[in-house]
Ligand binder design. Structure first.
Ligand code: GAR
Length: 215
């Protein structure tokens, strides 16, 4: 069974989607630990409710950013975590963690990368005036939201959308594609060639997520 380590900074609805996917039997995995950089994160309550160990780790308790990510890597290795999940972790992960888990860290981003990387992907899409946006699950490299793309889902952007309404529409897709991407990893179906991720035995159904019917 795949051991996951989840990093989250806030609400943790993606974390919850992963927990639900495990509990329903959709995903053959276990969350070994939740690590958060925010002592008030609602994600902690979710961990407590589901008996998942959690740690609050703050950058200011470490001499440098590298030392912080080294400490996180150690906690994950100690628990034999195989795949690291960034579920609304609002920091740019640094080299010590990436080197400890090469192509073994997945992030969810609320835009169709490479459009609108960084913070507030949904607001950027509304302000730019795109007609389609969505979400992306990708492996994490040293850039900001630049790593190899695993799965994307698209949603329409309406004229009267606000950051909030678009975020809500995108979030519903996030909760579908993140567990799916983890499932593909758990089944050993993902391989990375350069910056292209290939899905072994790619079936027509897999494209459902990259080309969902617009709501
Ligand atoms: C999600 O929309 C996620 O895509 C975004 O933060 C939200 C976290 O929600 N992540 C980023 O913007 C990363 N740069 P959640 O805590 O309810 O899962």
């Amino acid at each position: 069974m795949l051991k996951l380590g989840v990093l989250a900074s806030g609400r943790g609805s993606n974390f919850q989607a992963i927990i639900d996917s495990i509990e329903s039997g959709y995903l053959d995995a276990e969350v070994a630990v939740l690590i958060t950089d925010n002592p008030d994160a609602y994600a902690i309550k979710r961990a407590e409710k589901h008996g998942i160990p959690h740690l609050v780790m703050l950058p200011k308790e470490h001499p440098s950013k590298d030392a912080y990510y080294e400490a996180i890597a150690q906690e994950l290795k100690k628990r034999e975590v195989e795949l690291v999940i960034l579920a609304g972790f609002m920091r740019v992960v640094k080299k010590p963690l990436i080197d400890a888990y090469p192509m073994r860290i997945m992030n969810i981003h609320p835009a169709l990368l490479p459009s609108f990387p960084g913070l507030h992907g949904q607001r950027q899409a509304v302000e730019y005036g795109v007609k389609v946006s969505g979400c992306t699950v990708h492996f994490v490299d040293e850039g900001v939201d630049t790593g190899p793309i695993i799965i994307q889902a698209a949603v329409p952007v309406y004229d009267d959308d606000t950051e909030e309404s678009l975020s809500e529409r995108i979030l519903r897709q996030e909760h579908r594609i993140f567990p799916y991407a983890i499932k593909l990893f758990a089944e050993g179906r993902l391989s990375v060639e350069g910056r292209v991720v290939r899905i072994e035995g790619h079936k027509k159904e897999d494209f459902f997520f990259t080309n969902p019917p617009l709501e």
